[in-house]
Write a protein that binds this ligand. Structure first.
Ligand code: FAD
Length: 470
């Protein structure tokens, strides 16, 4: 048994955990980060490759929120968390949404001005920017389709550094984690926290297991303060496993995504994810592009249930696009004896019809951009070649035929002073505990409608300042 004494224990090293560790260590706190996944050199693996899925994803990328339809989802599990595998799109939380959350959930110090101050700081540290040159074809096509239809579109800024013709994603393993270590933080990979240990209204530490080549080694941690930053599924799971239940795990929000594999009469790029988004229907429907390596193209074509072998031989002309909504609600539960939590998600009939609308809008944009064949992620739906045939998709998007996925999960430990629907206070402190905080995607009280990493890091940085001030 290894025994660790620390002032601050941070569980998880992703977007929320890395900011927490770097900020608190820079302020002179003794910080220990325990990360369940391995350390993987950020330059070692091809982005969006099968090797990446094997080493950096939880369950090798195969997780699902059960429901009708079931929604496949992915989470990172490595030092840096999901920031190591994501696309680096970094839009800010829209001001109108921040204001809505502030009022509905009674969140203190959550004005657009306060959030902007923290977002400025994070963006400066991560060199968030637009492309220094023309966008790749797969991205420009979204802009072209939108422009032809008279819709709004925008190039999202990304968390990339552009130097000497090379674009390097500024993941947590490249930025905040090394900064935390330089300030004295200790980061322990391959170390899963199984349970938090409490004594009345205080946490005293945690029990963890570290995987080594010789087998699992128990680790006993004693800490004065605990920040749980395991992501929107694992954070509530750890709290529930530790007997901390009040309003934990309920209210899960995600962005259900419906996809189209679109074939064009010309070669497309496949190395990057499109940075353009069609914002005409925001915040209710977001339209964008996904990773489109050969494997992802094959999966998207297969999701259509159509005969796709001919399209697959031409896969270099095919890219994958999506329409995402903000609707639905779910839950994270733990079951004794099961290591993984059970995740469920419900969509209403109205939500399904919004997905159908998103799919049809996406189809319109892709055809306007020059696509010749559209394979929707709806089993048995028509492969569409002309705008007038898109109408057949309205009835095809049913609970049994539609294949959905997501990479954005949030809201399982909602923050705010509205005690009827939040588990943590305005700064992530769990009610009923003096020294337990959450500081990750779980705190977002609703689906942000845009890629969430910026909002997560902005809120985490703000919460750290409040912790240091108190
Ligand atoms: C494929 C993909 C693409 C995405 N693209 C974008 C994008 O372009 N832009 C964007 O804004 N967002 C994107 N996201 C989402 C974004 O990356 C996440 O919302 C964000 O990283 C969540 O931050 P987090 O701190 O809550 O959790 P994470 O970053 O997921 O980090 C949680 C970490 O905690 C660890 N952990 C969990 N439980 C334990 C435990 N018990 N003990 C020890 N460690 C534990 C996990 O292993 C993980 O490493 C994407 C996500 C994925 C998966």
């Amino acid at each position: 048994m290894t025994r660790i004494d620390t002032e601050v224990l941070v569980v998880g090293s992703g977007a929320g955990g890395a900011v927490t560790a770097a900020t608190l260590a820079a302020a002179g706190r003794t910080v220990t980060v325990l990360e369940e996944g391995p350390w993987v050199d950020p330059d070692a693996l091809e982005p969006f490759s099968l090797d990446e899925m094997r080493l950096k994803y939880r369950h090798r990328g195969l997780s699902a929120a059960l429901g009708a339809p079931t929604i496949a989802f992915a989470e990172g599990r490595c030092v840096g968390g999901s920031t190591e595998i994501n696309s680096g799109l970094f839009p800010r939380l829209p001001d109108e949404l921040a204001e809505e959350w502030r009022l509905n959930y009674a969140i203190d110090e959550f004005t657009p001005a306060t959030l902007a101050r923290y977002a400025d700081g994070i963006e400066a540290q991560l060199t968030v920017s637009t492309l220094p040159s023309a966008p790749p074809v797969s991205s420009a096509l979204l802009e072209r389709g939108a422009t032809k239809l008279g819709w709004r579109s925008v190039e999202f800024r990304r968390v990339f550094r552009y130097e000497g013709g090379r674009a390097t994603k500024q993941t947590m393993a490249r930025t905040f984690i090394p900064r935390a270590v330089r300030s004295g933080a200790r980061v322990i990979p391959d170390c899963r926290v199984a349970k938090l240990l409490r004594d009345g209204d205080r946490l005293v530490g945690a029990r963890a297991k570290r995987s080594t080549p010789d087998g699992d080694e128990p680790v006993d941690i004693r800490a004065e303060h605990v920040f749980v930053c395991g992501g929107a599924v694992q954070t509530p799971a750890l709290l529930l496993r530790s007997g901390i239940r009040a309003r934990i795990g309920v209210g899960l929000k995600l962005h259900p995504m419906i996809k189209i594999a679109a074939r064009f009469p010309f070669e497309l790029d496949h190395g990057d994810v499109p940075m353009h988004r069609i914002t005409e229907f925001a915040p209710y429907i977001e339209i964008g592009g996904s990773a489109s390596r050969k494997g992802q193209v094959a999966m998207a074509l297969a999701d259509s249930g159509a005969e796709y072998s001919e399209a697959m031989t031409d896969w270099s002309h095919v890219a994958v696009y999506y329409a995402a909504i903000r609707e639905g609600i779910g839950r994270v539960r733990v079951v004794p004896g099961l290591r993984a939590p059970i995740v469920t998600y419900n969509l209403t009939d109205a939500d399904m019809s919004r997905l159908a609308r998103g799919l049809v809008r996406l189809g319109e944009a892709l055809l306007a951009a020059g696509a010749t064949e559209l394979y929707p992620s709806v089993g048995g739906a028509d492969v569409v070649r002309r705008p007038e045939d898109l109408v057949s998709w309205w009835d095809a998007v049913t609970r049994t035929r539609t294949n959905l996925m997501t990479v954005h999960l949030a809201s399982t430990v909602r923050m705010g002073e509205n005690r009827a629907c939040t588990a943590a206070d305005s700064f992530g402190r769990i009610r009923g505990f003096t020294n337990l905080r959450v500081n990750d995607a779980s705190l977002l009280p609703d689906a942000p409608g845009v890629n969430p990493q910026s909002a997560i890091m902005t809120i985490a940085a703000r919460n750290c300042d409040e912790f240091l001030a108190s």
